[in-house]
Design a protein. Structure first.
Length: 256
């Protein structure tokens, strides 16, 4: 996700960049809906193990859209009058209960998913509320579609993380989970899902060892579905372990 959705701002190996912004936490009842971000300090690190902590910028394709989403979320969260009188009025009519926005932490992709999921769920209410308060901010059908595509592309990763964090997860669990993500992304057939799918395959090839393929085979020798996968063939035929002849034999055998 970080490889595709974010641009990593890595400068020199020993350089750390600290960014601090300050602003007021409250909003008056006026009609001005332009707000700065909450004061926060974020550190950019060059350590690859902590790239998820870095102050990475969203790629241009989604950056402007997500800035607009955050702007609207902060607009209502920081103005009790606009929040209660306009937004929640429509939310209660539509859902029968009060639902609040989520503002993402810009160093965690999973908080971004939580924010846009809730935002998209309330899209009709948001459009009505923005008209009522006379805001210049609006969302087109194309922008709502982009938000939906982004949600659908990130949801498989969210489910995968939840599965892999279980205490009983094993290497076989990881194999099945990664295959699940890959299949989900392929079926979505969008530009973002295709990019995420390819990035995932590259990462898998970097991290897998021959032991993984052997373990999958011994777990159920009769089930060759995973072995037929291109990634698994690559895994079983690493240069240090197998020759090109072995690879051709595997491809021929498992294509029957």
């Amino acid at each position: 996700v970080v490889d595709i959705l974010y641009k990593k701002n890595i400068e020199r190996e020993e350089e750390h960049q600290e960014i601090t912004s300050n602003e007021s936490d409250t909003d008056d009842d006026g009609t001005n809906d332009t707000h700065e971000e909450q004061g926060e300090t974020v550190t950019t690190t060059t350590d690859p193990r902590h790239l998820h902590l870095s102050r990475a910028e969203v790629i241009p394709r989604y950056n402007d859209l997500l800035l607009k989403v955050r702007k609207v979320v902060k607009l209502f969260k920081r103005s009790p009058t606009k929040y209660d009188m306009y937004l929640q009025k429509y939310v209660k009519e539509d859902t029968g209960k009060e639902l609040s926005f989520i503002l993402d932490c810009r160093t965690r992709w999973n908080s971004l998913l939580a924010m846009i999921e809730k935002f998209h769920k309330l899209k009709v209410c948001i459009d009505k509320a923005l008209i009522d308060i006379g805001s210049d901010t609006t969302f087109s059908d194309l922008e709502w579609l982009k938000i939906k595509d982004l949600i659908e592309s990130l949801q498989p990763f969210k489910l995968a993380v939840e599965v892999l964090y279980r205490r009983n997860s094993t290497l076989l669990t990881a194999e099945t989970t990664l295959k699940f993500i890959s299949e989900k992304l392929v079926t979505q057939d969008t530009m973002l899902s295709a990019e995420l799918s390819e990035a995932l395959r590259v990462r898998i090839k970097e991290c897998r060892t021959v032991v993984t393929g052997i373990l999958v085979y011994f777990q159920n020798p009769k089930n060759m579905i995973m072995i037929q996968d291109e990634l698994m063939i690559h895994l079983l035929c690493r240069k240090k372990s197998y020759t090109t002849r072995n690879e051709n034999y595997l491809r021929k055998s498992y294509s029957r």
